[in-house]
Structure formats: C-alpha cells, structure tokens
Ligand binder design. Structure first.
Ligand SMILES: Nc1ncnc2c1ncn2[C@@H]1O[C@H](COP(=O)(O)OP(=O)(O)OP(=O)(O)O)[C@@H](O)[C@H]1O
Ligand SMILES: CC(C)(CO)[C@@H](O)C(=O)[O-]
Ligand code: BAL
Length: 299
C-alpha cells in the first residue's frame, strides 16, 4: 500500500484492499477505467457524501475490449487520476494489474441475455460479458454498500442492475446523471482522442438526441419516425458513421410505438474521426429517473 499526494491510499492487491476495507462504516464504490474527468468526479463526490469511505477502482479491463477496439491506446495517467480522486474525496484507490484480476487459469464469464443483447451488445460482441465479469469481481473484492455508475453508459447501468438483482449481489446500485460540457458534449475519457474542433463537431450527437426529444414533445409516438428525427441531424455531418440511434423502453427492447414510461430513453452510438462515442437522454426531459424504478426494470 502506498499513500499518494492528497492522502489517497493506493492498493494493488486483494489482500491490501481487504486490510483497508476492514472495520469501516458504509463503503461507496466507483469502478472506472481511469483517465478521470468531471463525470467521474461527480460519481466520487456522491460516493463520499453518502458513505464513510469512498473507494475508486482504476482498471482498464482487457476482457471488455474486442480485437479491433482501442485497448492498446486507451488513455492512461495514474498520477493525474490520483489527484482527481483526492480532490473529489476518495480515500482509497484500487488499481490492480491485469495478472491480479485474471491470473493464469482464469475461466469464468458472467453473461446476461435480454438487456445486454441489443445496441452496444450487438455492436460490441462480448463487451457486456467482460463488463459484467469484471464488475462482479470488483464488487466481490470491495464489498461496497453502494456502487455508483454513470447514466452516460445507460445500457451498462441496466446490465449491472440486472446482474445484481439476478445474482443477489448485496449492493445498492446508484445511477448518476451524465455530466456534460457547456457545448452539450457528454464528458468521456475517449473525448481526449479528439481535438477542440472535432469535439465541437461531436456535439451533433447530443443535438440529434434533443431532436428526438423535440419530436416526442410534438406528439410523435412512432419509434421509427422519432429515430428518423435524430438520424436526420446526424446526417448533417458526413463525418458521422452511426452504429445506432434507438428509442427504447426500460428493458431496452425496441418496440414499434412508444408507451409512456419515465425510463424511455433515446440512445446513440457513432464513430467520428475514428473514435466511437455514445450518449443518451430521456425521451421526455420532464421525466426524472425514478429512484425506485431502475433501468433494466424493477429489481
Ligand atoms: N460524463 C459522465 N457523466 C457521468 N458519469 C460518467 C460520465 N462519463 C463516464 N461516466 C461513468 O464513469 C464510470 C467509469 O467510466 P469510464 O472510466 O469508462 O469513463 P468514460 O469516460 O465512460 O470512458 P470511455 O470514454 O471509455 O467511455 C462509468 O460508470 C461511467 O458511466
Ligand atoms: C464499469 C467499468 C469500470 C468496468 O470495467 C467500465 O465499463 C466503465 O468504466 O464504464
Ligand atoms: N465506459 C464504457 C467502457 C468501454 O467502452 O469499454
């Protein structure tokens, strides 16, 4: 165990983690892949506010990357991350090596059907198996009372809620609203691949989502026509290569028409300048996400 500037304890093994975790009050846990930004800081601050101890993990999980994904070039800066963690109030950072998480002989995978299948599940085969497997391992290692995930990764949040409910994992999953730049661009570690001008162009994603919200507010209830309102905006920039733009109910299974539900969502994934970006918004901006009705359905 080492102590970084700001008083954060850095631990790299399950044994050291168990030692710092022992005997303390409620633990809030924020799993991340590092290269932290204000979106991560919002999760960490919330974890610290609601718990005695805030633990952050930083682990670029190879299992959730496909063979053509950006594992090798994924941005990393541990010193800067430790400063963000300290400023946001984290007391412990768990940053294991891949060999600690996946020692020789590792053979287990956690796979979900249903909520993990459409959208990013279809676009990134195996991705949610990698996410579910590592998140269950991290939850077992940290044993938090609450775990915090961003709504920016809406489908991931739904997958984790489903897994936690299905496998009786004793943790409360907390979703945290997406933090955006003033331009509307959702903050994301992968934005660092883009220059300033390219980030300005990438606001086309959130503008497309808002066009769908506007069509819904104007009374449109046909899923394909709602989606077309967003696709028309994406088509204004020839750089955009959409993977999907989809209007979905809480279980993420697309239906021909929309039935009112506060968890209806519009999600987009697209490649721009060689970078894959995702974003989502509620279909009706007047709908807050109800605490008792999580994405993925009631537990
Ligand atoms: N803008 C944001 N607002 C709120 N939470 C966020 C935001 N961006 C990421 N998160 C959340 O932070 C956690 C860790 O995410 P991760 O480390 O993959 O960051 P990321 O910015 O989403 O990276 P990437 O660019 O790889 O998608 C996840 O629960 C994710 O949903
Ligand atoms: C939840 C997570 C840390 C699992 O590797 C990752 O998918 C992420 O950062 O969103
Ligand atoms: N935030 C999602 C992590 C990934 O794209 O692998």
């Amino acid at each position: 165990m080492t102590e970084a500037p700001g008083g954060v304890q850095v631990v790299r093994t399950p044994e050291a983690l168990r030692a710092v975790r022992q005997g303390l009050g409620p633990v809030g846990f924020v799993p991340t892949m590092g290269y932290l930004h204000e979106g991560h800081a919002a999760l960490i601050r919330r974890a610290r506010q609601e718990n005695a101890l805030a633990v952050v993990s930083i682990f670029v999980n190879p299992m959730q990357f496909g063979p053509t994904d950006d594992l090798a070039r994924y941005p990393r800066d541990l010193d800067r991350d430790l400063r963000v963690c300290a400023e946001a109030g984290a007391q412990v950072v768990f940053t294991p090596d891949a060999g600690v998480m996946y020692p020789p002989g590792f053979s287990t995978q956690v796979s979900l059907t249903g909520v993990s299948e459409p959208l990013d599940g279809a676009a990134r085969p195996g991705h949610f198996t990698g996410v579910a497997t590592v998140v269950l391992k991290l939850l077992n290692l940290v044993q938090p009372d609450r775990a915090y995930f961003g709504e920016k990764d809406w489908q991931q949040l739904a997958v984790i809620r489903r897994m936690v409910a299905d496998l009786n994992v004793p943790v409360q999953v907390v979703g945290v609203p997406t933090v955006r730049a003033d331009s509307g661009l959702a903050l994301s570690s992968r934005n660092s691949y883009l220059g300033t001008e390219q980030q300005a162009r990438a606001t086309v994603l959130s503008r497309a989502l808002r066009a769908v919200q506007a069509a819904y507010a104007a009374g449109e209830r046909d899923t394909a026509r709602l989606e077309q309102a967003g696709l028309d905006v994406l088509a204004t920039d020839p750089e955009v290569q959409p993977d999907y733009l989809a209007v979905v109910p809480p279980d993420l299974q697309r239906q021909p028409t929309v039935t009112p539900d506060p968890l209806n969502r519009v999600l987009v994934a697209a490649r721009m300048f060689g970078v894959r970006l995702i974003d989502n918004l509620p279909l009706d901006p007047a709908d807050p996400v109800p605490a008792a009705l999580p994405p993925g359905g009631p537990a």
